[in-house]
Ligand binder design. Structure first.
Ligand code: RP5
Length: 165
């Protein structure tokens, strides 16, 4: 693994079971990440300080997972020009709809690339981060081509494709 290029943030340690899906994909691609639990609402000062430090420390993409009235991705995006990917987390009786709307409905001028609610979103957030890194990193972009091919093979080799029902 080389320098840390991706930050995986989350609003609470209770988000970790979901956000592990981001970390897992980055590990599969041998891309180092730093993981931080910081909350836009509970640790506002530390969240801003951390967001402002990212670029100078060589981080290229930030993934932010948060549930409830999820402000984390938006606050980080407000304090950096790095690409920010938001993962809405299902943490309340509203089943993630609250976090989805909070994350996706950013005002014009402050973009957050919002992915699906939950683990699928966390996985795609890491893949999107890799696609961003892959623009400049040939090795990552080749690994993404392999990943795509593996997915193609998996679908085509499903036994149901070999029988007539
Ligand atoms: C959000 O509130 C966190 O991102 C988490 O998804 C949710 C609940 O947090 P805990 O009460 O479990 O710490 O800020």
């Amino acid at each position: 693994m080389g320098d840390v290029k991706v930050s995986v943030m989350m609003g609470s340690k209770s988000d970790l079971p979901v956000m592990e899906a981001s970390v897992g994909i980055l590990k599969d691609f041998n891309v180092a990440c730093e993981v931080r639990v910081l909350s836009a609402h509970r640790t506002p000062k530390e969240t801003v300080e951390y967001a402002e430090s990212l670029k100078d420390r060589g981080i290229k993409v930030v993934i932010c997972g948060a549930g409830a009235s999820a402000a984390l991705a938006g606050v980080v995006a407000a304090h950096t020009t790095l690409p920010v990917i938001g993962v809405p987390i299902d943490a309340t009786p509203l089943n993630g709809m609250d976090a989805l709307l909070s994350t996706v409905q950013m005002p014009p001028g402050v973009p957050v690339a919002t992915v699906a609610v939950g683990k699928a979103g966390a996985k795609n957030a890491a893949l999107l981060a890799l696609r961003i890194l892959g623009i400049e990193d040939k090795n990552i972009s080749n690994l993404l081509l392999n990943y795509k091919e593996e997915q193609r093979q998996k679908v085509l080799s499903t036994p149901i494709n070999k029988i007539n029902l």
